[in-house]
Every structure is written in C-alpha cells, then in structure tokens.
Design a protein around this ligand. Sequence first.
Ligand code: SF4
Length: 288
Amino acid sequence: MSLDINLTTSRSILTRTSGFLATVTSHSLQPYRGCTYGNSLCGVGCYVRHNGLLTRGQQWGSFLDIRTNAADLYRSHVGRERRWAQAQRQGFSIFMSSSTDPYVPQERRHRITRGLLGAMVAEPPDELIVQTHSHLITDDVPLLRELAPQCRLRVHLSIESDQQDLPGLPPPASSIEHRFAAANTLRRAGVRVVITVSPLLPIRDAESFFARIAAAADAVVIDHFIGGDGSPDGRRTARTSLPAAMAQLEPASVTLNYRDAIVDVACRHLPGNVGVSIDGFAGRFLPA
Ligand code: SF4
C-alpha cells in the first residue's frame, strides 16, 4: 500500500480530553494525524481506525500528516492550557498519544516528538504519559532522562502478547525482543516504565511472560478490548476484525474471564503493580 505523507501545520496541539480519556489526563497530544502502524498488529483492533473525523475518508494506515509546528504550538499554548487545567481543579497532564504513535518510523526523519519533548523540558507538564508500540522511543532517552525529575513521567510500552507471530494477524510494529530491550534501556535511564498489555491478545505462557515483564518494568496494565476500548461492551473493537482473529487462536480470549485469569497471574509476579483497563492507564494503582 502506498503511503500519503504530508507536511502540515496545525492550529492547536494540546487537546482537552473528553470521554474515557478525561479520566486519565487533562490533555492529549498527537504529533501526527494518522498512524503508519495502522497495518501492523496493533492496527487491527485500533479503535480510532473507524473515526471519520480523523481518517477523513482515507484508509487507516495509509496516510500521515506531520505536524511540523507542533513544538511551537506547545510553547504558545502551554500557559493557557495549564491555567485551564488548574481551573478544573486538576493537574496539567498529557497523554501522548491516543490516536497516533509518537514513534512512527517517520519520526526518525522529522523529529516532531523530539521537538515536543524539548519544549516540555523547558516548560514541563505536571504529568506526561508517553504511549508507544515501538522501541524507537529509545532514540529520545537523553530528553526523557531530563524530563523524568521535572514531572511525573511514565512510558507506556505496549506488548500485547508473548507470541511474536499470531496466525491470522499481521506482525507487530516492533518485535517483542526490541520492546523488552527498550523497557530495560528506559529503566536504566531512570524513566518509569509500564508495560501495557493492550489489547490483551492470546498468551501462550503467562507465567513466563509476566516474570519477564516484572524484570523489565515498574508495572503492568492489562486491558481487554471489552471495557478497554472506550465503550462499555467492546463494541468499538467489535467493528474490527480483531475479535474473530482472537477467537480463532483462543476462544476464551474474547471474554473477560480470560482477562481476569491473566490478571491473577500478573498479580503473582508484580504484586501491587498491576492496573486493569482505564484505571490502569490512569495509573491509579501506582505509588505517587
Ligand atoms: S500505534 Fe496506536 S494509533 Fe497507531 S495503529 Fe497502533 S493502536 Fe492505532
């Protein structure tokens, strides 16, 4: 599939959150419009892939707008948005990102996320969650190391399964080995790492998987598409081909009983450091 990649400018970059994301952070931030991981494993069940406002009729994974003025917009609007968050009696917190990945391959050339992190070093939010499916985040370890003491920073690194190749599904954006290596690198740099098993896909050996996560990360979040995709019953994901593919691999995996059994295993390996669903993303189980 050919990629439609455009350099663009935006009028705003800090979006005040609403809906379920508002329980996680005051703002979301998308360095890009679209996501070039849309045809990889995470893209199959990606709950924004059917958002017409976002896709504007284009096929998910086939386009990317590069917001070249993102760092300038952050610098211009950070004061206003911080005051707004404070007026709502909440901290100024940012989720980067909810409808793209800050470390799409094009980041290596355009460095939009890097520019934003640099702007945040100068004017940090109270809290920053960097959510990614890619080991490319380690390119920015120096900036993340600088930010870590200035705000409540945590990196959410998604690893959805212990199986690199899931029959019937495309390969992940970044190998499992690369992502575990990235988690280790980030932690060595003093950055808090949360592995997000999101969406939870069939796991072959849960004991070994969570033992490995316990050695590589500070915490884990387990997020089933039911209750985790922003709809009460998983209907956003039901519009995608993911549930049928999961059922082929492990029929029980499309039920919340499966999630609960996996959570039990995780709790044995990371006692006190297991979050579930949206409360897990919000970090409500984490020590301050
Ligand atoms: S990285 Fe995130 S936004 Fe991009 S396709 Fe995967 S789940 Fe969707």
